[in-house]
Design a protein around this ligand. Structure first.
Ligand code: DOR
Ligand code: ZN
Ligand code: ZN
Length: 451
């Protein structure tokens, strides 16, 4: 019996080296990776013309919006953007209208995604007010909880540390991780008051109102709580040198903590904020160049666990309002993450094996996404095909996302995503979305054996 598909005339990454090989897919899974002569017969053969096969990206920080925020992004436009960027699984954030914070809102989102998505989607939930509801949220299949320390989103009073600890203990029991947006609300509020009084209206004033100290302080506080419970904490978008140091101290302390950085915090700094003005406003804000240098140093030493886009789409009007305090923070990133990182690979700044670890393997292990994140026999054939030699200019007006702007607009990058496969099905081919809406699925948290 022939297998379903063979991707031939391709290259794969084996132990950090790029070697010639093809990949056979059967029933949505990787059947074999082998040299040409050892590949099985297939019903369909696709010539990849020497392009490189990577595991599809697992982007664990994505705001897909939908519902009352569908004017910014919806499950189709967001997952089409993912497919265009070589992302085969996204984990959706809960700060929606309505907020994802109980089994009903979660189930509703899952159903809507199943009708519209072209890549797979997993879900975060915010914490419910009543901690007893955590159980039903986990049963419904949320892969993680999301906690915002910059302002309350969800039912939990974030100034009540006793309550936070109880929430941590409850999710620890269920072996579900908590992703944290770590910026201390009290510091943010007092700095903002100070900055508003100055009357300054430039974008740097916005950045000053969210100082690195707010990040570091929040990480330290969450780490203290994590120490008292066995919870796994994943710090989102660590952006500053002192934030990073607070994270590294927690890690050294033996805590179960991991951390994420974003492409925009790795590649942009205050100079870019000045150039792109409100378009580049995001939380946490772009930092000084010394912060960027420290993120790269930590990344190259293996201290960073994941890279995620923090794809946070808003309309251009929302980004360009007059007052810096009214601008919606966030940058769309699904379509630029992989090309930007491949560009760093081409410059010799990021080994390709590290790229795979940071964007596929580690997110799969942190969020318990079984049989995904690496292309080994038996795993799902979630694949990004890339042309490492192709240079092109990023053009945000061609984005599939509804947010058609980017601080990376007109950057010339070397490395292009040419095809994306989800569970063996081609979903994007040469910038075109070829999958029908609703052909992908919701990825629910695996039930643990003892539950
Ligand atoms: O810049 C941001 N945008 N930071 C957040 O924490 C939220 C996000 C959004 O949802 O737009
Ligand atoms: Zn955040
Ligand atoms: Zn976010």
């Amino acid at each position: 019996m022939p297998v379903d598909t063979v991707l031939r005339n391709a290259r794969v990454v084996v132990r950090g080296r790029i070697v010639e090989a093809g990949l056979a897919i059967d029933e949505g899974r990787v059947f074999r990776i082998a040299k040409k002569t050892n590949l099985p017969q297939a019903s369909k053969k696709i010539d990849l013309k020497g392009n490189v096969i990577l595991p599809g990206l697992i982007d664990s920080h994505v705001h897909l919006r939908n519902k009352r925020l569908a004017y910014k992004e919806d499950f189709y436009s967001g997952t089409a953007a993912a497919a265009a960027g070589g992302v085969t699984l996204v984990i959706d954030m809960p700060n929606n209208k309505p907020v994802t914070m109980d089994s009903i809102s979660l189930r509703e989102r899952m159903k809507l995604a199943e009708k519209r998505a072209v890549v797979n989607v997993a879900f975060y939930s915010a914490f419910p007010q009543n901690l007893k509801e955590i159980s039903s949220i986990v049963k419904e299949g949320a892969v993680a909880f999301k906690l915002y320390m910059s302002k309350q989103i969800g039912g939990l009073d974030i100034s009540d540390y006793g309550l936070l600890l109880r929430a941590f203990n409850t999710v620890a029991e269920k072996e579900v991780p908590v992703a944290v947006h770590a910026e201390d609300r009290r510091i943010l509020e007092s700095e903002r008051r100070k900055m508003e009084k100055t009357g300054h209206k430039d974008v740097e004033t916005y950045a000053k109102a969210r100082p690195p100290e707010a990040e570091a302080q929040s990480i330290r506080q969450i780490a203290q709580l994590a120490k008292k419970s066995r919870v796994a904490i994943h710090f989102c978008h660590v952006s500053s040198k002192i934030g990073l140091n607070a994270f590294l101290a927690a890690k050294k302390d033996g805590l179960n903590v991991t951390c994420e950085v974003t492409p925009h915090h790795l590649l942009l700094h205050l100079k870019h904020l000045k150039t792109h003005k409100t378009l580049a406003i995001t939380n946490p804000p772009l930092r000084k160049n010394k912060d960027v240098v420290s993120l790269w140093s930590a990344l190259n030493q293996g201290f960073i666990d994941t890279i995620a886009s923090d794809h946070a789409p808003h309309t251009i009007e929302e980004k360009e309002v007059e007052s810096i305090w009214e601008v919606k923070p966030g940058i769309p990133g699904l379509e630029t993450t992989l090309p930007l990182l491949l560009n760093e690979v081409s410059k010799g700044r990021l080994p390709i094996a590290d790229l795979i670890k940071l964007t596929s393997e580690k997110p799969a292990s942190i969020f318990n996404l079984k049989n995904r994140g690496s292309l080994v026999e038996g795993n799902w054939a979630d694949i990004a095909v890339v042309d490492l030699k192709r240079k092109y200019k990023i053009n945000s007006s061609n984005f599939h996302s509804k947010a058609k702007y980017s601080p990376f607009d007109r950057w010339i990058v070397k490395g292009k995503v040419t095809k994306t496969f989800v569970e063996g099905r081609i979903v994007m081919d040469d910038d075109e979305i070829v999958a029908k809406p609703g052909t992908s699925q919701t990825i629910r948290r695996m039930r643990m054996n003892h539950q």
